[in-house]
Design a protein. Sequence first.
Length: 386
Amino acid sequence: MELHDVLSIAVKEKASDVHLKAGLPPILRVYGNLTPVRNHERFTPDDIAKIAMRLMNDQQKEIFKTMHHIDMAYNVPGLGRFRVNIFLQRGATGMVFRVIPMVISSISDLNLPKVLEKISSESRGLILVTGVTGSGKSTTIASMIDHINNHSTYNVITIEDPIEFLHRDKKCIINQREIGIDARNFSEALRSALRQDPDIIMVGEMRDMETVEIALLAAETGHLVFSTLHTIDAMETINRIVAVFPPYQQKQIRIQLAGVIKAIISQRLLPTKDGKNRVPAAEIMVSTARIRECIEDKEKTKVILDAIVKGHTTYGMQTFDQSIMELLNKGLISYEEAISQASNADDFALRVNGVTATTDQGWKEFDVAKETQKKKQEPKIDIERF
C-alpha cells in the first residue's frame, strides 16, 4: 500500500492525523482515538526513511540532517493538503501527517460562538487563539480570516510554519509566507511584514520574546494581529506572555498587553454524543475595562475567570463550563463527557440540575440569556387559525 493510499484512507475516515512508525502499520487518529489501518503490513525503518526522503527537497534534507526534525507541507492534488513533521526516534525515522481540510469551514459550521464574528471585525489590536496541540487553533483562525475575507477589503499577511490552510483572494489580498521557504524565521518575517502595507497579520505562533515584542508593536501601531499560544486559558496566556520577558520589563509589558489585547479564545475539542465527530468548547475573553485592569495588575490576573463569567450577557464572554453547558443543552455532547471536562464536576452537576449559588450572578445571566434565545427559536402559533 502506497503513501497516497494511506492518506486517502485517512481523509475518507475523517482522521485528523496519520502516524508512521517503524514496526507498526499506519496509525490514524480518528475523533481523538488512535486506530491502526486494517490489513496494512508493518513498516520497516527503511520503508519510512524512503518515504521521508521522497517528500523532502534538497534544502529540507539538509535541515533534517542537521536538526533531526523538520516541519513541512505536503500537497496531493485531488486529495488534500497535509502538515508533516519528520523526526528521528531511536535512530529511526518517524512521521506524523496532520490532515488539513481543503475547504475552510465557517465560524457557525464549526459550532463556534457567533461573538467570534464580532471579534473578527476589529480593526486593530491583538487576538490570540490558544489551546493544546490538536485543539483546532489553526482551524479557528482560518475561519476568522475567511470571515474577514468574505466581508472586508484588507491586505492580509500570514506567517506560518508551514502554510496550512490555503486562502484564496476574495475581498482581501492575502499573502501567505512559509518559514524556511519564504522567510528564515518568525521574527524576521514579522518585522518585514510591517513594511508590506498590512492591515492584518497572522503569526502562526509566538515562539520567542522577539516575536512577542514585534507582535505587540504591530498591534500598537494600528494593525490587527492574530496568533496562537499553547496555553489552556486566558489567565495562563497572560502569565505566559509576561513571563517571556525579564522581571524589570514585566510591568511595562502588562500595560502594553492590556492596551492592545482584543480577545483570547482558548479551546479544546470534545467528542460528540454519537462519537462520530468533535466539537469545540471555548473560553472567550473580550477586552473590557475590568479585563484590562486584571491584566495590568499582577494580583488581579487571577480573577480574570470571574470577570469572564460576569461578562457573558453584555460582551459575549464565556468560560469553559458555560461553553460545555451550552453544548450539553444542544445535545451535542453526553452528560458524562460534560462532567469529565468541567472545571469543577460537582458544581457543574448542581448547575445541570438547576442549583446555583447566590453568588453565581454570571451563571444566572447565562441561564436567562439561553432561555430567552430558546423562546425566540420556538415556532409561533397563530391562535386565530383555531
